[in-house]
Write a protein that binds this ligand. Structure first.
Ligand SMILES: NC(=O)c1ccc[n+]([C@@H]2O[C@H](COP(=O)([O-])OP(=O)(O)OC[C@H]3O[C@@H](n4cnc5c(N)ncnc54)[C@H](OP(=O)(O)O)[C@@H]3O)[C@@H](O)[C@H]2O)c1
Length: 246
């Protein structure tokens, strides 16, 4: 399962996994984009399949309904890629509570709910080689002096803690299920356009000032993590554009 598979990193990851022969449930609100991607994968002759699922991850009922549909139609989740995420330009001194809640709901709570449900799905089917990959950010490792990123950064620090906490709980449970996060710097996607939705020029400038990572660069990290032998647990991959300063 890949969350946020409608655009950006999630769409690229879903495509790459289908190309590798996996059956992928891709979810997001804009399910039409995922349907188009599924058709694209099919006509390209990729060996896997992409199954689009409409889900608003800020709504727990939607998430639980999706896991229940995956259970009844596809038996369960073996690999959970928590990719969906967003930034809102709400600073700590004057930002709106609704922007903070949206970031918390998707970046932290949905990721945690999907992780719990994916683990339970693996456990009930005795899947001992599953993988949970969280798409974190360099913002989960240092705070840059830009007020619009401060609350977002707090949600990504949470992802750093959640990934390591998950690794520890998986060890306590004596499973071989692995937990990894991937922490990119600037990746050219819709992210900045959604963050600065009232200022598209500012958003475009984000991706023009340096040569950014492409979604496919992050995808390669995901494929690498999934390709490692069972005794190798990758905790975090930090990857920035070479020209990025922060
Ligand atoms: N781009 C960067 O520079 C960058 C850097 C570091 C980390 N990241 C992280 O990478 C991940 C992917 O971001 P991206 O750059 O690919 O951004 P993006 O192009 O804006 O894509 C975000 C994805 O998240 C989904 N999403 C957002 N809110 C959702 C909701 N309530 N329910 C379901 N899906 C939701 C969107 O789908 P719908 O809108 O269709 O629902 C979309 O598929 C995020 O976790 C982000 O924090 C990005």
């Amino acid at each position: 399962m890949v969350t946020g598979a409608s655009v950006g990193i999630g769409a690229a990851v879903a495509r790459a996994l289908v190309q590798q022969g996996l059956k992928v449930v891709g979810c997001a609100r804009t399910v039409g984009n995922i349907e188009e991607l599924a058709a694209e994968c099919k006509s390209a002759g990729y060996p896997g399949t992409l199954i689009p699922y409409r889900c608003d991850l800020s709504n727990e009922e939607d998430i639980l309904a999706m896991f229940s549909a995956i259970r009844s139609q596809h038996s369960g989740v073996d690999i959970c890629i928590n990719n969906a995420g967003l930034g809102r330009p709400d600073s700590l001194l004057s930002g709106s509570t609704s922007g903070w809640k949206e970031m918390l709901n998707v970046n932290v709570l949905a990721l945690s709910i999907c992780t719990r449900e994916a683990y339970q799905s693996m456990k009930e089917r005795n899947v001992d080689d599953g993988h949970i990959i969280n798409i974190n950010s360099m913002s989960g490792h240092r705070v840059v002096p830009q007020s619009v990123t401060h609350f977002y950064s707090a949600t990504k620090y949470a992802v750093t803690a959640l990934t390591e906490g998950l690794r520890q709980e998986l060890r306590e449970a004596q499973t071989h299920i692995r937990a990894t996060c991937i922490s990119p710097g600037f990746v050219e996607t819709q992210f900045a356009f959604r963050l600065h939705d009232k200022d598209p020029e500012k958003a475009a400038a984000t991706y023009e000032h340096i040569k950014c990572l492409q979604p496919e660069d992050v995808t390669e990290a995901v494929i690498y993590v999934l390709s490692t032998p069972p005794h190798v647990q990758i905790g975090d991959i930090q990857m920035r554009p070479t020209e990025q300063v922060t």
